[in-house]
Design a protein around this ligand. Structure first.
Ligand SMILES: C[S@@+](CC[C@H](N)C(=O)[O-])C[C@H]1O[C@@H](n2cnc3c(N)ncnc32)[C@H](O)[C@@H]1O
Length: 209
């Protein structure tokens, strides 16, 4: 996602009630703080459409958005302005440090929506479904935890199927054209809407730990 650098973003983030500046201070206490039994993490939330919609649709569950780009994170929190909900929080950092912010087994669902595909081989390790990430997810997920991935990208989806298998996740559901039918239970992300408008099929997989 390309967004020009927004000079106000850095100062704006700490003014927002959903923003978590030091997620390591919440480690092991996210559910208690959000007063929920189920905790979702969306990695690479972009401008926050999915995070916002899902936290409104499922107010009794906890929703954490994670976006590493400061300007994009600020746009996500701008959208949330004026509709404060106590079941959602937002982190502006890189997913490489997940272990520092979450306790083993603390997460119930990890959402990967239209993650950057990093098509060049030399960038394989940056993909959010590369095995080193999947091992971290496995450790942070609860016993019946799951990862839900959506993408338009065939190569990334094929790559991910193999990586999840390699890391002993169980493929529970797979869709090759997820939006062919209505799915009101699942919000549409910004990228998803773009691809739907182009009639591009959306892949979706659900993997259990
Ligand atoms: C292609 S966009 C998709 C945005 C949104 N999920 C959607 O579906 O519309 C991917 C986003 O993930 C973020 N991202 C990529 N790698 C990340 C990482 N390691 N940690 C946190 N965010 C990341 C990027 O900055 C970008 O905003």
């Amino acid at each position: 996602m390309r967004v020009r650098n927004l000079p106000w973003a850095k100062d704006y983030l700490p003014t927002q009630p959903s923003y978590v500046a030091k997620p390591n201070e919440y480690k092991g206490r996210w559910k208690e703080i959000l007063q929920v039994d189920t905790l979702h993490l969306e990695i690479g939330s972009g401008k926050g459409d999915y995070w916002l919609a899902m936290s409104e649709q499922y107010p009794n569950e906890g929703w954490i958005g994670l976006e590493r780009n400061t300007s994009i994170a600020a746009l996500a929190l701008k959208k949330a302005e004026g509709s404060f909900q106590k079941n959602r929080l937002f982190i502006c950092q890189d997913a490489k440090d997940l272990n520092e912010w979450f306790e083993k087994g603390e997460l119930d669902v990890i959402h990967l929506n239209f993650s950057d595909p990093w098509p060049k081989k030399r960038n394989t390790k940056r993909r959010l479904t590369y095995r080193t990430f999947l091992e971290v997810y496995r450790n942070l997920l609860s016993d019946h935890g799951k990862v839900i991935m959506k993408t338009d990208n065939t190569q990334l989806f094929e790559f991910s199927l193999l990586e999840f298998q390699e890391c002993r996740f169980h493929l529970e559901e797979v869709y090759l054209d997820f939006r062919k039918e209505d799915h009101p239970e699942d919000a549409i992300s910004e990228y998803e809407l773009k691809f739907m408008k182009q009639d591009h099929p959306i892949y979706r997989g659900i993997w259990r730990k």
